[in-house]
Design a protein around this ligand. Structure first.
Ligand code: NAD
Length: 429
């Protein structure tokens, strides 16, 4: 049985790897493993709600512009929908739908009571002023006012958005309903109920999963050679934490280009350099320039793609030399490339496990907010680590028990839990 989405998502361009088709392929594989009924697969392959709103804004020069704002709620079977808000030129309804589905499996895999969602607007935030971004975010939020809320759908930051946008979303929602509702978003500033540890959470989760995989090989992070694509929220935090644990970060790249240093980069100094150079790392002293394509194929122990999807494909997979790939971004390795890597014995730590630290701490932020009781950073990190390590061991155990890849094991666990909940809840009416 092949997952057959019924929703009118726009067709992908033929040359492009369609993220939604890829997400459905993973669902199909897990469904076969779980021997799910065709009807259940149909329910799970279709988002519960697909929303596209018109976001008219006035640019600073007085011109009017109308943007399309998407929000896709894939599932609310396990609890309120949860997922980031992406501002990036490549955002499409198909991509948002795929990412919403991934969020459903990720939350289920981590054992947290959420369904999956995702939102996005196809803009390059670098081309908008802060005041324009605020107008975009507030109008987008007010158009979604009936569809989000602390027990309905809880947005968070993703590529191109941060705590700043979450504060605007929280304020807009609160003004519309007439009272402060911090729980409507996560990843917000500490001043309005954000959680300590949230900023570094996804990178910390990546570090914990890589460390666990190394421990299974009898190794630690000490002296391990790591290349990281992307030096933003996720890649930057993962680099800092793995460097602090003794790893050698030999290469890093951003959209401006990459750098390489055989003996390892001084990551705290690089972070300070990037912060002072509009996030570019090009020109950092003591390092050679390197292209993004070269970074991916460097000889190293661990490769961490932490930028965009579809970075390792059938075209470059045969040049990959890393022994472990930790999918910090969503979908950085295509299905085809994954199969080649697994056949070669490369350990691919799948996205729904490796980058789940962010949603786990979002969940902890939501729990703290609902209970009006805020924890210190040590407690947040401990609780998060427990959930990450538990999921890692469950994935390893499932993979060994069924003789399947780590990715299929992770999907089988996530999809299986949602399917079970669906069967237990039954169908309304
Ligand atoms: P970000 O915008 O903070 O950083 C993205 C980084 O990737 C930047 O350094 C950017 O320069 C770089 N980049 C962009 N295009 C590139 C290219 N072509 N080559 C090399 N580098 C490039 O975004 P982020 O929040 O770090 O998210 C990165 C990925 O992680 C995304 O796939 C996102 O969905 C995923 N993710 C993020 C979180 C989170 O908590 N932020 C959680 C889970 C998954």
């Amino acid at each position: 049985m092949v997952a057959t989405p019924i929703l009118p998502l726009e067709a992908p361009s033929p040359a492009h790897i369609c993220p939604f088709d890829q997400a459905c392929s993973y669902l199909d594989q897990a469904a076969r493993e779980l021997k799910l009924d065709a009807g259940i697969i149909d329910i799970l392959s279709n988002p519960t709600k697909v929303i596209t709103v018109s976001v008219p804004i006035r640019r600073d020069n007085g011109e009017l512009q109308v943007l399309a704002g998407h929000r896709v709620q894939h599932s609310d079977i396990l609890g309120p929908c949860k997922g980031g808000t992406r501002y990036h030129p490549a955002v499409t309804l198909r991509e948002v739908s795929a990412l919403a589905m991934l969020m459903t499996w990720k939350c289920a895999l981590m054992g947290i009571p959420y369904g999956g969602a995702k939102g996005g607007i196809a803009i390059d935030p670098k081309r908008y002023s802060v005041t324009e971004l605020e107008r975009i975010t507030r109008r987008y939020t007010s158009e979604l006012i009936k569809d989000i809320g602390p027990s309905v759908d809880i947005p968070a930051p993703d590529m191109g958005t941060s705590a700043r946008e979450m504060a605007w979303m929280m304020d807009t929602y609160s003004m519309n309903v007439g009272h402060a509702v911090p729980g409507v978003v996560t990843g917000k500033p500490l001043s309005i109920g954000g959680s300590l540890g949230r900023e570094m959470a996804t990178g910390r989760g990546v570090m914990i999963i890589v460390r666990s995989a190394l421990a299974d090989l009898g190794k630690s992070l000490e002296g391990i050679r790591i290349a990281i694509q992307g030096f933003g929220n996720v890649g930057g935090a993962a680099a800092l934490l793995m460097h602090a644990a003794g790893a050698k970060i030999i290469a890093v790249s951003t959209s401006y280009g990459g750098i390489f240093a055989e003996d390892g980069l001084d990551i705290p100094a690089l972070k300070a350099y990037a912060d002072n150079n509009r996030r570019s790392i090009v020109g950092f002293s003591g390092a050679e320039p390197i292209s993004n394509a070269e970074l991916l194929t460097l000889p190293c122990d661990v490769l961490v793609p932490a930028a965009l999807e579809n970075q390792i494909t059938k075209d470059n997979v045969h040049q990959i030399k890393a022994h472990i790939i930790a999918e910090a971004a969503n979908g950085p390795v295509t299905l085809e490339a994954s199969e080649v890597l697994e056949a070669k014995g490369v350990i691919v730590l799948p996205d729904i496990l490796a980058n789940a630290g962010g949603v786990v701490v979002s969940y902890l932020e939501w729990v703290q907010g609902l209970s009006y009781l805020f924890w210190d950073e040590e407690r947040v990190n401990q609780e998060m680590e427990q959930l990450m390590v538990r999921a890692y061991h469950q994935v390893i155990a499932k993979s060994r028990e069924r003789g399947i890849s780590l990715r299929l094991a992770a999907y089988t666990l996530g999809v299986g839990r949602v399917a079970q909940a669906l069967k237990d809840r039954g169908l309304y009416p």
